[in-house]
Design a protein around this ligand. Structure first.
Ligand code: SF4
Length: 394
């Protein structure tokens, strides 16, 4: 099976395979109203025993996360999957790119299942391989490709990770983006011609993580960064702008974290004395500038766990996680850094009916919704992932 090119499928279940590929379940999906769903999930989980390992992303619904053998962010979960070589089935309650990463890092004898194939990631979908290859060709035509190192965020499809592997680039997470960029900028030292232009980074697909890391952690200026728009000829940039840039940011963003605003943060400071703003680096630059603390999902969780009673937080990350933290820490005051509901709609496609369907199918001997990355893509994506794993401190 080859890598599946899934479109973003935010709109319910459908039968138009031309526009909603992967949405239909080839079997009987239990109705959400079935009062026995929890019992059915538990029975199927027990029947599978150690043959299955269930991973749950932090942004997942409570009804699903209760069945996870381990919870974590995308990178932690991929590593957890790789550490379970005896599990025949990895059931990934997350989104498509995460299941791909698990397939890349697990053995050929293991099968990775995504309970709903429509659980994609809007950010990952913003960088398609053909678009990135076109951008690379344009960088070559502008005479800068030889100075560019591609770096992709974990939240990208396997073929984008493979692109970075093939072009001497690396994968990063929100925890190690600075280390990956340090590595990228230094990677051409000693090999570039003496008159070569300074090394540049093409950062995919999240412009905000790239900008926040380059400017706030590495000392680049906003003027050192340009944004490549894949929907405009030449990325919307002149050749001179490409030559002058140090960081070429792909025009992608997270539809959840992109919603937070600095204005709401300032308003909360007025109405909630003592509040600390704790946000994810996928938030826009002005939000991160307004924040007290910035870090990955794991950082946010660990910060709240370590905080003293009475701490007051406004947290800028996915709402399922913020609500769970608030429930786990009644001794603290935890609010959401947005006035409206802000779930990851695609992550939420994995619901209890889909989990029950996937687990019961495995019990019956049928592997449904398998995510399998083709061998060549897997090889090069693994090259880029292993470069990240070799970074100091990772
Ligand atoms: S929260 Fe954002 S980056 Fe994460 S899976 Fe959802 S859309 Fe993608």
């Amino acid at each position: 099976m080859t890598t599946v090119d899934l479109p973003l499928l935010p709109l319910g279940r459908g039968r138009d395979l031309g526009s909603e590929r992967g949405v239909d379940c080839p079997g009987d999906l239990p109705p959400a109203s079935d009062p026995d769903l929890v019992a059915r999930a538990r029975a199927a989980r027990d029947a599978l025993g150690d043959r299955a390992f269930v991973l749950g992303h932090h942004y997942q619904r409570d009804e699903v996360i209760q069945f996870a053998d381990v919870t974590g962010d995308s990178f932690k979960l991929a590593r957890e999957a790789a550490a379970r070589p005896d599990a025949e089935y990895i059931v990934f309650c997350g989104v498509h790119f995460m299941a791909e990463s698990a397939d890349i890092l697990t053995g050929d004898h293991q099968q990775v299942v995504l309970p709903d194939l429509a659980a994609g990631c809007s950010m990952a979908d913003m960088a398609r391989l053909r678009q990135v290859e076109d951008a690379w060709d344009a960088l070559g035509a502008a005479g800068v490709a030889e100075s560019v190192v591609p770096v992709t965020y974990m939240n990208s499809s396997a073929d984008i990770k493979a692109f970075c592997g093939r072009h001497d680039g690396v994968v990063c997470t929100s925890s190690n983006a600075k280390r990956a960029l340090d590595w990228a900028f230094a990677s051409k030292d000693g090999t570039a011609a003496p008159d070569a232009m300074p090394t540049k980074v093409l950062f995919l697909p999240d412009q905000h993580l790239g900008r926040n890391t380059a400017v706030l952690e590495m000392g680049f200026s906003l003027d050192d960064c340009v944004v490549w728009d894949p929907h405009r000829p030449g990325g919307g940039l002149t050749e001179q702008e490409l030559r002058d840039a140090r960081v070429i940011l792909w025009k992608g963003h997270c539809s959840v974290h992109g919603r937070f605003s600095a204005e709401v943060g300032r308003e909360l400071r007025r109405t909630l004395p003592g509040v600390q703003l704790l946000v994810h680096p996928e938030c826009r630059h002005e939000v991160v500038l307004e924040a007290d603390l910035v870090g990955s999902t794991e950082f946010i969780i660990n910060t709240v766990r370590a905080a003293p009673p009475g701490s007051i937080w406004a947290i800028g990350t996915e709402l399922n996680l913020v609500r769970r933290l608030a429930a786990e820490h009644p001794e603290q005051q935890i609010t959401f850094l947005d006035k409206t509901v802000c779930y990851c709609s695609t992550m939420n496609r994995i619901d209890l009916p889909h989990l029950v369907w996937a687990l019961e199918s495995l019990v019956a001997g049928t592997v449904v919704n398998r995510i399998s990355v083709d061998a060549d893509t897997e090889h090069w994506a693994r090259v880029a992932l292993e470069r990240m794993l070799a970074l100091p401190g990772v």
